[in-house]
Design a protein around this ligand. Structure first.
Ligand SMILES: CSCCC(=O)C(=O)COP(=O)(O)O
Ligand SMILES: [Mg+2]
Length: 229
């Protein structure tokens, strides 16, 4: 394995539990979406993302209620829509700021991120959650403000997580050769795409999951077991 100079991490299922996203964040956004849209309908960013959602759904014209129904359906099916993720981020902001919840991170994650930083490794995030949502997530985590540990943030505006071109763009953006970047994820298809772009990869199989007998990527159950280089 080449020397690792940068680590790019997924969030849901990797640094943090899927249950927190599904049981806390998604219901919070789903419940507040109608009121949020009607009270922020004149905000330029909200208008932009509603327009993008309508375009993605190929709706020529849609009422505010139709868009709310569409977005709530997308939350229910966990659609990785850039427009939905941007709107969710705006809604979650209110919850984080009001202290209604803090983002889950697995117990060893904060110390391991700090150790990697101390070892001179640059840290980046790549998640389907929007960049502002990622920054809120790590800025209001159960382990405190972890956002300053990260040197950069990437979401699906860079490209879908299962396409190798997205990883090539990220390597270019951070100015590092792909073989010196380690990508961490719980999704094999994302790791396949990263490996196709030349990245090193490690699969996170968080309990109650376990590493498969013949794992398609190096596999660990927590960050402390990750081997660099
Ligand atoms: C950081 S925002 C909350 C997570 C989210 O909405 C999401 O879709 C996470 O997907 P990931 O790519 O981190 O598995
Ligand atoms: Mg994930």
């Amino acid at each position: 394995m080449s020397e690792i100079r940068a680590i790019l991490t997924d969030i849901e299922g990797t640094t943090s539990s899927i249950d927190f996203v599904k049981d806390v964040l998604f219901p919070y956004a789903r419940t507040r979406l109608p009121a949020f849209i009607s009270t922020h309908a004149d905000h330029a960013d909200v208008q932009h993302w509603l327009h993008e959602a309508a375009k993605e759904a190929e709706l020529v014209s849609a009422s505010q209620q139709e868009l709310i129904d569409l977005l709530q359906h997308w939350i229910d099916v966990d659609r990785k829509s850039t427009a939905l993720k941007a709107l969710q981020g705006l809604i979650w902001q209110e919850g984080y700021v009001a202290g209604e919840f803090r983002a889950h991170v697995y117990p060893e994650v904060a110390a391991r991120l700090r150790q990697w930083r101390a070892d001179g490794i640059r840290l980046y995030v790549y998640s389907s959650g929007s960049v502002p949502a990622q920054q809120l997530f790590f800025g209001h985590s159960e382990a405190g403000d972890l956002a300053p540990l990260f040197a950069g943030w990437f979401d699906t505006e860079t490209g879908p997580k299962r396409l190798s071109t997205s990883y090539a763009r990220i390597a270019e953006a951070i100015g590092e050769q792909p073989q010196h970047i380690l990508f961490l994820s719980d999704v094999v298809e994302e790791l396949d795409a990263a490996r196709a772009a030349g990245f090193q990869t490690t699969l996170l199989a968080r309990p109650p999951m376990a590493c498969p007998a013949e794992a398609p990527h190096p596999c660990v159950t927590d960050f402390d077991a990750i081997v660099l280089g």
